[in-house]
Design a protein around this ligand. Structure first.
Ligand SMILES: Cc1cc2nc3c(=O)[nH]c(=O)nc-3n(C[C@H](O)[C@H](O)[C@H](O)COP(=O)(O)OP(=O)(O)OC[C@H]3O[C@@H](n4cnc5c(N)ncnc54)[C@H](O)[C@@H]3O)c2cc1C
Length: 415
């Protein structure tokens, strides 16, 4: 058995992925979870009941598989509760950057898949009828920092070349339509927003209704052999499965040795509800490409949610100490961009954030660990990637393989 516990003070600290409070907690409902009183066998055991584990649990339970989901916390209380839940198809690396890394054919393929996945995700949430304050939105990718109109025009040209939708706005048009003064922007359809906690819990509730079991415990050991995989729980019980899915968010068990990802921290705030006239047109999702970047959205009850100021620290105390300065900086940047709102802050929080060098998720078999699959939807559109991960893993478990799955492989070589 591979010991995954590591009960040191540092490990305890590491587990505290979030500080402060996000606006989503108010809407949460609890789900039935039980400690395990006897060993279990199932088709798929999923470690982690955040948004990634929830998408996977729903998809796999719907395929008629017996599913056990294990989380040491209340479901959704990891990074999912801290997410700003902008459901976007534009990934962390622009199409221009991804083309420089992988060439246009592969970059375009990845972008088109992300676009299609976001459209599917929207249909899926609506078809399931999950009440999660879901709304379709445009996205406004603002120039800033090194990204001027020339760079935006280049990105827009590439997107058009590969049939991705969106308009290029020059500075004048941007001011006229959005009252925001930046060198230009790309305005694109096809994104959405949701309450991440409600979405995650809604998915899990549907999975439970389809027979999935939610276990409250910590996985402290992993084992795999040729015909099964198993996890050992802190409570002493074992779950044996045909397949194991790791959906542990920004904490990976130490037998995953990929060096493609790095962890940092991000800070966010939510204002008090605004008058509707104090919110920007279309309530578009905003992504400013300055360094460090700024992202913003609105909520169903009229709050402005803004995040950014990412910094490479995993230390909880440092993250909390930095909070007042980071929140002040984010407020000042947002006020500069959009001076028409009240910036009375109702919620401020920070959380760990993971990204990969090429901006793509880590999904698929874990090298050297038979029957163990990873679902790590890292990056600024981690939730879209979590959804894609659930589809890829469901296909793999059903015995289907597609060449493009390898774009997200844990052992891929990033250039
Ligand atoms: C501040 C911030 C803003 C973000 N904004 C966006 C955004 O706007 N749009 C977007 O798409 N994405 C965004 N993301 C990214 C997105 O939120 C994450 O990719 C996503 O929430 C990760 O979900 P997860 O289920 O993989 O991880 P988590 O939600 O962290 O869930 C992992 C779960 O695994 C459990 N776990 C871990 N180890 C064990 C163990 N050994 N035993 C039992 N349980 C275990 C944890 O308790 C946890 O509940 C943001 C992230 C942050 C931090």
């Amino acid at each position: 058995m591979h010991d995954a516990a590591g009960h040191s003070e540092a490990a305890e600290d590491q587990r505290q992925l979030r500080s402060g409070s996000s606006p989503w907690r108010m809407l949460q409902h609890s789900l039935p979870r039980t400690p395990l009183l006897a060993d279990l066998r199932c088709d798929v055991a999923i470690v982690g009941a955040g948004i990634t584990g929830s998408f996977a649990a729903e998809a796999l339970a719907r395929q008629g598989l017996s599913v056990v989901v294990v989380d040491r916390l209340m479901p959704g209380r990891g990074s999912t509760a801290a997410s700003t839940a902008m459901l976007q198809w534009e990934i962390d690396r622009s199409l221009t950057e991804l083309t420089e890394l992988y060439g246009l054919d592969k970059a375009a393929d990845i972008y088109r898949r992300s676009y299609a996945a976001t459209a599917d995700l929207c249909d899926y949430i609506q078809a399931l009828g999950i009440s999660c304050l879901f709304a379709k939105r445009s996205s406004l990718y603002l120039g800033g920092g090194d990204t001027g109109l020339t760079q935006l025009a280049r990105e827009h040209g590439l997107r058009r070349q590969v049939d991705l939708p969106g308009d290029l706005l020059d500075r004048g048009t941007l001011i006229e339509r959005f009252m925001m003064d930046r060198p230009g922007a790309l305005l694109s359809p096809g994104s959405a927003e949701a309450d991440p906690l409600c979405l995650s819990l809604g998915l899990l509730r549907i999975a439970l209704a389809q027979g999935a079991v939610l276990v409250e415990d910590e996985v402290v050991a992993y084992d795999w052999s040729s015909d099964s995989a198993s996890i050992g729980l802190a409570g002493g019980r074992t779950v044996e499965a045909r397949h194991l899915v790791l959906a542990t968010g920004y904490e990976m068990p130490d037998f995953i040795t990929t060096d493609l990802h790095r962890r940092s921290s991000s800070w966010c705030l939510a204002t008090v509800p605004q008058q509707p006239s104090a919110l920007w047109p279309e309530r578009a999702l905003i992504w400013e490409s300055s360094h460090p970047y700024l992202y913003a959205r609105t909520t169903d009850d009229g709050r402005i949610v803004v995040g950014g100021e990412d910094q490479a620290t995993e230390n909880v105390k440092e993250r909390e100490q930095l909070m007042p300065d980071k929140i002040a900086e984010i407020t000042s940047k947002m006020r500069n961009l959009w001076p028409y709102a009240s910036y009375e802050i109702a919620h401020a929080w920070s959380a760990e954030f993971g990204e990969t060098d090429d901006g793509l998720p880590l999904v698929g078999p874990v090298p050297g660990a038979a029957r163990v699959l990873a679902a790590y939807g890292y990056g600024g559109n981690g939730i879209t990637f979590s959804y894609m991960a659930s589809r890829i893993l469901a296909a793999r478990i059903a015995g289907t393989r597609r060449p493009w799955f390898d774009d997200f492989a844990l052992d891929r070589t990033a250039p």
